[in-house]
Design a protein around this ligand. Structure first.
Ligand code: NAG
Ligand code: NAG
Ligand code: NAG
Ligand code: NAG
Ligand code: NAG
Ligand code: NAG
Ligand code: NAG
Ligand code: NAG
Ligand code: NAG
Length: 692
């Protein structure tokens, strides 16, 4: 089996090599070329997180003294005063994310099947020696497990962490040198660990979505977060042959055609073997068209906030208290001008900068500055106590600094505060539409991905990538991004699968999509895609997804037919498939997807229709009624027939969604939805209508 797999891969590889070479020659890829095209052309894939990490600081102490960045405000650099402050300890529920999406520790489970479920994690490896991966109470791996422990130097597997392989030429072990893979693996399926905390601040039980399940890690990214296409393909092949049930991969790049995308190709092979793959949408938001994972056979996951946030207070020497919300919304910041900061003067001082490059932050840490105050947030972790001020607060700080004789400040310890606002998609979460198949809605769903606490290697600085000057060691860390939301979706998919081991990847995906809750829109000038193109069908609800009532299934043949209709050479994706002869070509929009996109003509009356086929997975004898939400009032939407009656489980019924309108201006985008209701279920599908 493994040999067969290798052969298939080498066929695919030649294609991938050629096509990525093409990409390297295009002008738009300057940045990638510069950073990632080393000796191997396949190094374009890397994890999202090092691009834009959005973690807020949580430091148990704070300090003093202001060193002004002279160049910024007229050379009035000051350095003074000293005082030390200790703040009280706060308690947070570290497992908030699973409770928040309705999967409490006490949720109904299928413990035996959960123990036989295996999650494959393609990431930076894992740090094995952690409570989250301890095998206390676990029996031997399930019989279907065909994998092995080939984690290399010092990597030990056990009955929880049952498999490890690595595909990184520069490192000789699957041990996680960055923390990213440890965090994602424990989010998906880590054991419940009581009294998990970060510097004692967050204190509670940390756990994965399916804590009784087994984990197999496939290290495809090195400790700097660079991931290579050939390694990714090989890892998919191995994971499928090893017998994993769900694969999660929090990595990617911008959308590229499916036959040139190792993640799409690998996920296609997984889908063909009944394994659902969850991929992170990417952290390139909020610009439209930034979503990276766009293959219709994967579950693409956006990142949303929770009902809590972290806040750090800054006390100025005159007693003014500035409250600093750490919900920083700016995605990136202007770079620091190197050389403006006199490193000899930062010792024991708080450095104030309007903008600051990441290198300057680590440098300030190396030179033992006490803290940093920024105006514009960098989506990056900091090795020092850091606060980010909004405009007015920053102005107040500047004014205080230039007028006070003896400017001083304290950065208080970060606190957890409730966030009563409904969850919204994180600014950095990548937005649709898909640049490859714009009529297939992406991302598919959203899951918590802001300030997620999960396991972390104690030998890696919590700053993660580029932790120079950071000497802290933690066993749990708070990270943000779609890398963190993706394993939530994987854990949820695994949870659903424990109740329905025979469900296809498309059925599990449909269940998670049609039971998801719509999120609050974030639409603004800066975030024009802040509706379905940011959250897809909405935030996942694992418990509801176990009983969706109806599912929209898509078979491998359906995907093959779509790829053939789109003009792909199917053998470049699956050498085992051929285009069906004489089959009717279908459009992207016609795929039996659980969400719908209609493209209306510009300013002309239109009548459009799409068919969908629902499969009954609820009560044998059930009747569903369609309900349309006419939110824009700009079009008429009808579902024909309005009632679907089923007599048995697995029965399929086809219906038509029709829309009519008298004309939409080019550029219009409408968000509508319909749902099938019986007495128990609601099977919701979002609809995007746009005019060209
Ligand atoms: C393995 O452990 C030894 C001894 O602790 C250490 O010197 C070596 O660097 C480790 N190797 C890896 C790849 O972590
Ligand atoms: C965490 O909470 C537990 C139980 O609530 C308590 O015993 C423990 O001391 C706390 N640990 C810290 C570091 O606050
Ligand atoms: C910073 O502090 C560390 C630990 O106290 C010390 O070893 C180092 O020399 C200091 N660096 C500078 C530039 O002062
Ligand atoms: C289907 O689409 C493919 C690719 O665009 C095209 O080559 C083929 O002729 C089409 N087949 C039919 C029956 O229209
Ligand atoms: C390839 O096709 C054969 C025959 O239909 C099937 O048995 C096999 O599982 C397929 N392999 C893959 C990877 O789909
Ligand atoms: C949609 O379904 C209707 C009713 O089953 C059928 O008549 C029609 O041909 C279908 N349309 C497409 C595009 O498949
Ligand atoms: C299905 O519904 C019909 C009509 O309500 C009823 O006669 C029949 O007994 C039901 N069958 C089952 C299996 O519930
Ligand atoms: C939707 O709104 C439009 C405009 O107000 C109205 O004409 C139409 O009847 C509505 N359709 C439905 C199904 O309620
Ligand atoms: C919707 O349908 C109603 C009744 O057929 C019609 O009066 C109305 O103009 C339609 N609205 C639009 C926006 O097409």
């Amino acid at each position: 089996m493994a040999k067969d797999g290798l052969f298939r891969l080498s066929c695919i590889l030649s294609v991938v090599l050629l096509s990525i070479n093409d990409i390297a020659c295009s002008a738009q890829d300057e940045e990638r070329k510069a950073k990632h095209f080393g000796p191997t052309l396949l190094s374009i894939l890397r994890t999202w997180v090092p691009l834009r990490l959005n973690r807020r600081e949580l430091i148990p102490w704070l300090l003093i003294n202001l060193v002004c960045w002279k160049k910024l405000w007229g050379g009035r650099g000051k350095e003074e005063v000293l005082s030390v402050f200790r703040s009280p300890t706060f308690h947070v529920q570290t497992t908030r994310s699973w409770d928040f999406i309705g999967l409490p520790e006490t949720a109904k489970r299928e413990p035996t099947i959960e123990g036989r479920t295996i999650i494959g994690v393609l990431d930076t490896g894992a740090y094995p020696d952690l409570e989250s991966f301890s095998d206390q109470g676990f029996g031997p791996p399930p019989e279907k497990w065909k994998g092995s422990c080939k984690g290399g130097a010092n990597f030990t597997c056990n009955n929880k962490l049952i498999g490890a392989r690595y595909y990184v030429s520069t490192e000789d072990s699957a041990i996680d040198g960055s923390g990213h893979g440890t965090h994602t693996a424990s989010t998906a399926a880590g054991n419940a660990v009581e009294r998990a905390s970060l510097f004692g601040l967050a204190n509670g039980t940390a756990r994965g979505g399916v804590p009784s399940s087994r984990i197999a890690v496939y290290k495809v990214c090195d400790s700097q977060g660079n991931c290579q296409g050939d390694g990714i393909l090989a890892a998919f092949d191995d994971a499928i042959a090893d017998g994993v049930d769900i694969i999660t991969a929090s990595l990617g790049e911008q959308a590229i055609p499916f036959d040139k995308d190792p993640l799409a190709i690998g996920a296609f092979h997984a889908m063909a073997k009944g394994v659902l793959v969850t991929l992170s949408a990417g952290n390139s938001g909020p610009d439209a068209g930034t979503v990276g994972a766009v293959a219709p056979w994967v579950l693409t996951v956006a990142s949303n906030s929770l009902d809590r946030e972290f806040m750090t207070k800054l006390v100025l020497g005159d007693g003014t208290l500035l409250t600093v919300s750490s919900t920083c919304s700016e995605a990136s910041a202007r770079a620091c001008e190197e050389g403006c900061l006199d490193m000899q003067k930062v010792l024991g001082k708080i450095v104030i900068c309007e903008w600051l490059g990441t290198d300057a932050v680590s440098k300030a840490a190396v030179y033992n500055a006490s803290g940093i105050i920024l105006k514009q947030p960098l989506s990056k972790t900091y090795p020092l106590p850091t606060v980010v001020l909004d405009g007015p607060s920053f102005e107040m700080l500047v004014s205080y600094h230039s007028s006070a004789k003896n400017p001083q400040a304290r950065l208080l310890k970060s606190e957890t505060i409730p966030n009563p606002a409904p969850p919204t998609v994180d600014t950095i979460s990548s937005r649709g539409p898909s640049m490859i198949t714009p009529d297939i809605m992406k991302p598919d769903v959203s899951a918590p991905g802001v300030n997620i606490l999960a396991a972390f290697p104690p030998n890696v600085p919590p700053t993660m990538f580029g932790g120079e000057g950071d000497h802290r060691s933690v066993k749990f860390n708070l990270l943000s991004g779609t890398s963190m939301s993706c394993p939530h979706a994987a854990g949820a998919a695994a949870y659903v699968k424990t109740f329905h081991p025979d469900w296809s990847p498309s059925a599990i995906k449909s269940a998670l999509m049609t039971t998801a809750s719509k999120l609050q829109d974030t639409i603004t000038n800066k975030d024009p895609s802040g509706r379905e193109f940011s959250y897809g069908s909405g935030q996942i609800n694992p418990v509801k997804a176990v009983d969706p009532g109806l599912v929209y299934e898509i078979t491998k043949d359906d995907y093959v037919n779509l790829l053939c209709s789109l003009g792909y050479d199917i053998r470049s994706i699956d050498s085992n498939s051929t285009c069906p002869r004489g089959a009717k070509n279908i459009t992207e929009a016609e795929l039996n997807y659980p969400s719908l996109i209609f493209r209306a003509p510009d300013s002309k009356p239109f009548k459009l229709a799409l068919n969908r086929t629902a499969t009954n997975v609820g009560f044998p004898n059930s009747t569903y009624k369609a309900e349309v939400v006419n939110s824009s009032n700009a079009i008429n939407i009808t579902v024909v027939p309005e009632v679907l009656s089923f007599k048995s489980v697995s029965e399929k019924k086809t219906f038509t969604v029709e829309i009519t309108g008298s004309g939409l201006k080019s550029g219009t985008q409408l968000s509508e939805e319909f749902a099938w209701y019986d007495s128990v279920h609601s099977v919701r599908s979002p609809i995007i209508v746009y005019a060209e």
